[in-house]
Design a protein around this ligand. Sequence first.
Ligand code: NAD
Length: 443
Amino acid sequence: MIKKIAVLGAGVMGSEIAQAASAGGVDVVLLDSDPAALERGLAHVGKIGARRVERGRMSADEAAAILARVRPTADAADVGDCDLAIEAVPEVMDIKRTVFGVLDKALPAGAILASNTSGLSISELAATTGRPDRVVGLHFFNPASVMKLVEVIRGSSTSEATLAEAEEFAKALGKVPVRVRECPGFLVNRILVRAMVEAYREAASIGAGMAEADRAVVDAGPAPMGAFALGDLIGLDTMGHIQSDLQAAYGDRFDDAGQIAAQVAAGRQSLVLVPEIGLTPQLVERFRRRFRGTGIALLHSGLTDRQRLDADPLAAQKTAQVKSAFLGASASYATAVAYRDKLVEHLLAAFRLTPPSPEKAAIEQRLADDPDDKAAKKDALQHLVAHGGPGLDVMLRVCVNDAATATPGFAGSDIAKSMQVVATSTLFRFGELSHRLAEIYNG
Ligand SMILES: NC(=O)c1ccc[n+]([C@@H]2O[C@H](COP(=O)([O-])OP(=O)(O)OC[C@H]3O[C@@H](n4cnc5c(N)ncnc54)[C@H](O)[C@@H]3O)[C@@H](O)[C@H]2O)c1
């Protein structure tokens, strides 16, 4: 039974994992070499609690207890009585190897050493320790205080007992662990980052508006957040490490045409989120969810409500810029919806070209009974992807382009470029998903 853990690295993920563990009743030693990072990490844990109290999801006492269970330190000797350590330092093998060496010495014999790596080799990390059977991958997703999925990765020497204890720990925090075979990117990032990279690459090649593309994704409903907002949330530098590792492992399908590295080299920390005017990712998300397609005025009032902005002499100018960007996207909204509907029409036509089968007949019957049945349309699209055969890629591209030319006022508009990025990356994500799952599970 794991009662006390160490989390190494108090950044984006470390602070979130510390919160998730402490909320699950576990004592946490939060260790970082940078005192400022420790301070920010602890403040982040406090902020999550404060927000939950504000929304009535948690009592003030509970939030205070969660914060009190997280003990910040810069001294590795403080992990000496922990049952488990989870490292969440940067996605760079050399840094992780060094940290594993330190933890291996400082932890009690028999404690589990876990890495939150997004895709580096657990076996390679384990080999730097004297306890390879106790080393495991515990890959939480961002934000770990909310996301339920945890990938549990077995290295070549990880023992069955270690895997079982790691799973047990994740479950005790209310998470859903899945065991995943060791390979670069594991399961989720091989699918997710592939789709994200496609969006970066295509946006660059056709000059599409990233914010608009993201907005269209959210409005069209395939994902709660677009590729670029997600990249910002993950952190562009971390995104860059993950992308280059996956490109090195799998080649061109993870090629982003150098987009992420170029943005990192230019010192940009965000492409579509706007932290400089005080919009946190969470706030942006809330706006996106609440104001799908319309509430620009409310977005504006939400922005100007913020006293911090009122005190900022540049606030009015920056707010106007954001507002006009959002208004631009909103004006194209009707065109985007028309395009989406046309695209679905074309995809349904492609679905009807797939070989006959009882499953296909059942979907066709549901569509005949109710041509607006959304679930049936979704099943038809999934059926198309699963049974489209070797010509699927071409068929999907034809659908994307035919829908574009068949939508009045669409061709050549900014929204056209963005929507085509979205359509292409979303459809290919579906295709990629079934393909990759088969590949991963079949070895
Ligand atoms: N950001 C995401 O969305 C996300 C999601 C899942 C997994 N991950 C993985 O989690 C890990 C951490 O990513 P992050 O985004 O939290 O990074 P981050 O840059 O936000 O945080 C890393 C922290 O590690 C600290 N650190 C660096 N070297 C250290 C050392 N030697 N000893 C102690 N602390 C040290 C830094 O001061 C920093 O606070 C990476 O492996 C990443 O791939 C990230």
